[in-house]
Design a protein around this ligand. Structure first.
Ligand code: 3PG
Ligand code: MG
Length: 393
């Protein structure tokens, strides 16, 4: 893999396309957590210093090839501008022949950010014509979005077929750290998986079973397990259609001697901004939703973590944005923290929301490493060769 550091690249006046992950948590149009933006600053500062013309490509959310109003990168370009203390030009226009003229006009050492690349259908389909079109915007390409490298999309994979490609500083840092971690892992290994990106993660769980001793499934992922084993979960966040996969997970776990845990009690409410009540999982009403794990579940998680040597965590246990539903996530952090204090476990966490939660509760120090990547982190642990890494090799 070629890094922008390895080479004595002369970049003055060169157009450098940089793919970054600006998929940050937002609420009512404001950014609630900036870790992913802060992490890309070293690469951008280096390119500014080398007087390149920087073209930023990124995404937020899953607009599925359509322009979605609430999913513009414009507020993020303003935040980046503040953090770098230079103007970041934002280009709302559709990418076409005129774009290159606009890019050519920007001064050396300055940045133009393009609008959400997932507004284009070609991006997720990895259409070669689209990959070529975006490659034409620059002279070289840099991937500094390790956390998107599990996606075989145009701006991650396809583009590298058409242009000289490198990895950025943040990308290299994440890979080196994860390589080190995978060599240090000792059993029993416990993985805690939560959050709401069910379709991505449920398949990963099935593949992790063979290597792990315990998998604890909470959050939206936990709801999906409950629903597909016949529990009424009311109007909780969930994905239907995974009955077979859930069955496969439970069956496979027996063959491989991996224990699967999901909530035995929960905190429910009728609204996201409401108060919670603790309930056994078989007592949930149709108009309620699960927003956190309950006290019995927390005790069982504590027992498992206390007996583990390695703990890997991705995805919160509940809707932590409302303090009434943050208890489960907070308790998991405390349990990890206590074990780390006694030097009993090796703890690694990853994911956009997970980083947000760890920062919110000031627990960065409780982990040996915190990755900005969620899905990519888990797929890397699976031992998969990620499309974005393969493309740079
Ligand atoms: C993430 O948040 O994991 C990355 O930005 C990738 O987003 P995705 O899961 O929507 O592909
Ligand atoms: Mg995410």
């Amino acid at each position: 893999m070629n890094s922008i550091l390895d080479h004595d690249l002369v970049l003055k006046g060169k157009k450098v396309i940089v793919r970054v992950d600006l998929n940050v948590p937002m609420k009512d149009g404001s950014i609630t957590e900036v870790s992913r933006i802060v992490k890309i600053l070293p690469t951008l500062k280096l390119l500014i210093k080398k007087e390149a013309k920087i073209i930023i490509l990124s995404h937020i959310g899953r607009p599925k090839g359509k322009i979605v109003n609430g999913m513009s990168l414009e507020p993020i370009s303003k935040k980046l501008s503040n953090l770098l203390n230079i103007e970041v030009l934002f280009n709302k226009n559709e990418i076409n022949e005129k774009t290159l003229i606009e890019i050519n006009k920007i001064p050396d050492g300055s940045i133009m950010m393009m609008e959400n690349i997932r507004f284009y259908e070609g991006e997720e389909k990895n259409e070669d014509s689209f990959s070529k079109k975006i490659s034409n915007l620059g002279d070289i390409y840099v991937n500094d979005a390790f956390s998107c490298s599990h996606r075989a999309h145009s701006s991650i994979q396809g583009i590298t077929k058409h242009i000289q490609s490198y990895c950025g500083l943040q990308f290299t840092e994440e890979i080196n750290a994860l390589k080190k971690i995978t060599s240090k892992i000792t059993r029993p290994i416990t993985c805690i998986i939560g959050g709401s990106k069910i379709s991505t993660k449920i398949k990963i769980i099935s593949n992790l079973i063979k290597d792990f001793d315990n998998i604890i499934i909470v959050g939206g992922m936990g709801n999906t397990m409950l629903k597909n084993t016949g529990i009424n979960i009311g109007k909780s966040v969930c994905d239907d259609g995974y009955k077979d996969l859930v069955g496969e997970i439970l069956k496979k776990s027996k063959t491989h001697n991996c224990q699967i845990y999901y909530p035995i009690d929960v905190v429910v409410s009728k609204t996201l901004d409401g108060n919670g009540i603790i309930k056994e999982i078989n007592k949930i009403n149709n108009d309620e939703m699960i927003l956190d794990i309950g006290p019995k579940t927390i005790i069982s998680i504590k027992n498992i973590i206390d007996k583990s040597n390695t703990v890997l965590w991705n995805g919160p246990a509940g809707y932590f944005e409302n303090p009434n539903f943050a208890n489960g996530t907070k308790k998991i952090l405390e349990i990890i923290d206590n074990n780390r204090d006694k030097n009993k476990i090796y703890a690694v966490a990853g994911g956009g929301e997970t980083v947000a939660v760890i920062n919110k509760f000031n627990k960065l120090e409780s982990f040996n490493f915190v990755s900005t990547a969620g899905g990519a982190f888990l797929e890397y642990l699976e031992g998969k060769e990620l499309p974005g890494i393969k493309a740079l090799n």
